[in-house]
Write a protein that binds this ligand. Structure first.
Ligand code: 13P
Length: 252
């Protein structure tokens, strides 16, 4: 099954609203460069509605960087699925390694977030990835298996088919180090095998993005791998031109 590539930018805690809107102007001016590739951006929550408005009609997805599983309540600092939808988001990152490491997010919570997103009509983008010591210890597949199975534990098979997975080896995030194309392919093929246990043949339609120091210079060789269906880009997404260059390099 052929999967349409997807390149998403995660700004993390960067950009004011004014900077975000300027980025959208630059992106929409260059969209022809990304033909054949789906695009998405994850702005900080304060800029989400403005980015969604600036990109309305462009086909570019706007995702939250995180979302809470409850509909509302006493959860200071959190954002609900309904709030994301109202702001114009079409999806949400779940379980980014920074959320796991710095804010104690764990797989059981993520399992609830996956189904909460689906119920609200948001595309869940479940992030998984091993720490460096786990790779060195030969435990990468065990970690990916656990994170994926626990994160998808509450989703029905037809719901799993609507999930996007982002494989981000933690040692490659923001470090300038990337997985080699062969390492990425090996991990992605393993992930697809686990997805097949949940979703059967629909696993062939699930997009698995690679993240970790993706840049215009290395995007082509990474995304040329048969199970690498696009990229989740941090630092190199902060300039629209660079995200567009990554999309152009990803085009099949
Ligand atoms: P970098 O591209 O800056 O390594 O970040 C990757 C990432 O965490 C995207 O979510």
């Amino acid at each position: 099954m052929s999967r349409r590539p997807l390149v998403a930018g995660n700004w993390k805690m960067c950009k004011t609203r004014a900077e975000a809107v300027a980025w959208c102007t630059d992106l929409t001016a260059g969209l022809a460069d990304a033909e054949g590739v789906d695009l998405a951006v994850c702005p900080p929550a304060t800029a989400l509605a403005e980015v969604a408005a600036a990109l309305a009609g462009s086909g570019v997805g706007v995702w939250g960087q995180n979302v809470h599983q409850a509909e509302s309540g006493a959860f200071t600092g959190e954002i609900s699925t309904g709030m994301l939808v109202e702001a114009g988001a079409s999806g949400a990152l779940l379980g980014h390694s920074e959320r796991r490491a710095l804010f104690n997010e764990h797989d059981d919570q993520l399992a609830e977030k996956v189904v909460a997103c689906l119920a609200a009509g948001l595309d869940p983008v479940l992030c998984i990835g091993e720490l460096e010591y786990a790779r060195d210890a030969g435990s990468t597949e065990q970690i990916l298996d656990e994170q994926l199975r626990r994160g998808l534990a509450q989703a029905a098979p037809e719901q799993v088919a609507r999930v996007t997975v982002a494989y981000e080896p933690v040692w490659a995030i923001g470090t300038g180090r990337t997985a080699t194309p062969a390492m990425a392919q090996e991990a992605h093929a393993f992930i697809r095998g686990v997805l097949r246990d949940f979703a059967g043949d629909a696993a062939d339609g699930i997009r698995i993005l690679y993240g970790g120091s993706v840049k215009p210079e290395n995007a082509a060789e990474l995304t040329a791998q048969p199970d690498v269906d696009g990229a989740l880009v941090g630092g190199a997404s902060l300039a629209a031109a660079s995200l567009l260059a990554i999309a152009a390099a990803t085009r099949p």
